[in-house]
Design a binder for this molecule. Structure first.
Ligand code: NAI
Ligand code: 15L
Length: 262
């Protein structure tokens, strides 16, 4: 690729992508509403408020692919979610269609399916069950991506990321953890695949406890290499294990599923 756009490039995963995706494209175009510092030789810095269509249009122009991380990344009020995640994602896709961008990695979330019970193993054919307004906004993004593929041929990998951090932080993340290396290898697969179409991928490492079945994305050939298991002793020592019947232990989405805005 000549130019890969990374939205949300000042955030946790965007900064990781900035450091690690240098082989994917000649130029990384980095965008956020937060400060991105100085551009390196292979970088372009483009501040952009994604809820503004004209800004999104200028941002996307000339890009071959997009890694879309930008937006609100946890539960919030509708007033915050609406511009950043709903309008922002629409603006990005419509701008991508207009500029002929071929392929998008859309950072969806496990919170799009967070209301499944933990004893239920699901795959990409199971219906969405969002656990929060944040999760609802990711379902919107998934539907939008489907529409832009079916109608206009803009390819998307919808990646329902579990918990991507340097290390798992609690017992739930022993199941949902996605290592940074596994995320990087997944992004590589998404942009290297000869044909992508529209595909849903669950972004979790090769953890011992598995809630999500990636059979529908098998054609990508992505095999996560890491596991949360080496962190188990650290998590057991550091975090109190919730009672197995505790509400926070009931759903894939954990605390997101039981937290209420009222
Ligand atoms: P983050 O909150 O660290 O980064 C998000 C970035 O988006 C921030 O730098 C923020 O300034 C930017 N942003 C927010 N509103 C914006 C707007 N209106 N216009 C332009 N930029 C805006 O989140 P993180 O952890 O890096 O996650 C990246 C993406 O991956 C998010 O979309 C998140 O929902 C998704 N995700 C992340 C997971 C994780 O474990 N880190 C798990 C599941 C999904
Ligand atoms: C997400 O969607 C969030 O962006 C991230 O901050 C974590 O909360 C993650 O889900 C999770 O479920 O652990």
């Amino acid at each position: 690729m000549k130019r890969l756009l990374i939205t949300g490039a000042a955030g946790g995963l965007g900064s990781l992508a900035r450091r690690r995706l240098t082989d994917l494209a000649e130029t990384l175009r980095l965008s956020d509403i937060a400060d991105l510092g100085e551009a390196a030789a292979h970088e372009e810095i483009r501040p952009c408020e994604l809820s503004d269509f004209a800004q999104a249009q200028a941002l996307v122009e000339g890009c071959d692919g997009i890694v879309h991380f930008g937006g609100i990344s946890v539960e919030n009020t509708w007033e915050k979610i609406l511009p950043a995640n709903i309008e922002g994602t629409y603006n990005l896709y419509e701008a991508a269609r207009q500029s002929g961008v071929k392929r998008i990695f859309f950072a969806s979330s496990n919170h799009a399916i967070g209301f499944y019970k933990r004893e239920t193993r699901i795959d990409a054919t199971d219906p969405v069950r969002p656990d929060s307004l944040y999760g609802v906004s990711k379902c919107f993004g998934e539907a939008l991506a489907r529409y832009y593929y079916d109608k206009y041929g803009v390819e998307t990998a919808v990646v329902r990321i579990g918990s991507c951090f340097p290390e798992p932080k609690d017992h739930r993340m022993m199941a949902t953890w996605l290592s940074e290396d596994d995320l990087v290898s997944l992004i590589g697969r998404v942009f290297d695949a000869p044909k992508l179409g529209y595909v849903t991928v669950f972004g979790a490492s090769d953890n011992e406890e598995q809630w999500w079945d990636n059979r529908c994305a098998g054609f990508l050939g992505w095999r996560p290499k890491d596991s949360s298991e080496p962190f188990r002793a650290m998590i057991d020592a550091k975090c109190e294990k919730p009672e197995s019947e505790a509400p926070v232990n009931r759903y894939h989405g954990g605390a997101f599923a039981i937290a209420r805005l009222d």
